[in-house]
Design a protein around this ligand. Structure first.
Ligand SMILES: NC(=O)c1ccc[n+]([C@@H]2O[C@H](COP(=O)([O-])OP(=O)(O)OC[C@H]3O[C@@H](n4cnc5c(N)ncnc54)[C@H](OP(=O)(O)O)[C@@H]3O)[C@@H](O)[C@H]2O)c1
Length: 270
């Protein structure tokens, strides 16, 4: 199992947003499965601490690149580090997930979110995907979200970027899959991370908050087996029945009202 994962997706994994939360756990589990890791985020100190811990725990190589993925030219500084390495796995995980009324964010904040959550992953998948296709092996994971399934008030732009991640992943699953490259769109549900906590959610008996460890294990285990996956059995069942029993209009209302209950109440006066 360990050998096959590293021979399929090694020797290096590149993980964006690896300074904390799901990305830090992706980096840890990739290292545990025998891959060297390149960790990307803006916080250089947190990245260095993650890399030190991974090296000492798993005996693999770990490098860091402090990089703002919202920048125009994200490949310039990155390729100086990656050009000499064989990246067999790309995890497009970095994300900005601010919850709140659409009009309370500035247009610049929304565009930056679009760049980090969608544009950066597109550029990286294009750059590293090309090399993977040449080698006829590799894997790419796009972090999507359950909010990609239906229009979701109070995170409209975020949900839109996550729908982008889902659809590009499923499309490339077929297209790059024919060249030996596995692609997965992974729809994380509510997961306990610093990003989740920063949005100050209120407890909700209908929402099961998952831990990062099983969530990331599900994603890595699903890679190469399917085009996309919703994290967590109860989330999968919930969305299955919503799709069967509700119109899109009803579903959009339900998920939007639950956002208001869990993260609001939001003042909708502009
Ligand atoms: N947690 C959930 O409930 C949940 C649910 C569904 C989907 N997801 C998705 O899962 C992914 C990870 O979420 P999380 O909860 O672990 O988030 P998090 O705790 O907020 O961590 C986000 C990561 O992205 C990095 N990042 C943010 N802006 C960046 C930028 N401009 N350039 C480079 N790196 C940047 C952060 O590092 P720096 O601050 O150091 O830059 C951090 O490492 C996201 O794509 C999110 O949309 C999460």
């Amino acid at each position: 199992m360990l050998t096959s994962f590293s021979s399929r997706y090694g020797p290096w994994a590149l993980i964006t947003g690896a300074s904390r939360g799901l990305g830090a756990e992706f980096a840890r589990q990739c290292a545990e499965r025998g891959l060297n890791v390149i960790l990307i985020a803006t916080n250089a100190d947190l990245l260095r601490a993650q890399a030190d811990s991974i090296r000492s725990l798993y005996g693999v190589e770990a490098r860091t690149v402090a990089l703002d993925l919202g920048r125009e030219d994200i490949l310039k500084d990155l390729t100086a580090v990656t050009d000499s390495l064989e990246i067999g796995l790309l995890v497009n995980n970095a994300g900005v997930s601010k919850v709140g009324p659409f009009l309370n964010l500035t247009a610049d904040q929304l565009v930056k979110q679009l760049h980090v959550n969608a544009r950066a992953g597109l550029i990286l998948a294009h750059h590293f995907g090309k090399k993977m296709v040449e080698r006829k092996r590799g894997g790419i994971i796009f972090l999507s979200s359950a909010s990609a399934m239906y229009g979701t008030a109070y995170c409209a732009n975020y949900a839109g970027t996550k729908a982008y991640n889902l659809i590009i992943a499923e499309s490339l699953w077929y297209e790059l899959g024919r060249h030996g490259v596995d692609v997965l769109g992974f729809m994380a549900g509510s997961t306990k991370t610093p990003g989740w906590d920063a949005n100050m959610p209120k407890p909700n008996r209908f929402v099961k908050v998952m831990d990062v460890k099983p969530t990331v294990a599900e994603a890595l285990n699903a890679l190469g087996k399917r085009p996309s996956l919703i994290a967590g059995r109860s989330n999968r069942l919930g969305y299955f029945f919503m799709g069967k029993m509700l119109t899109r209009k009803q579903a959009i209302r339900i998920v939007s009202e639950s956002m208001d209950k869990m993260f609001g109440p939001f003042d909708n006066s502009v």
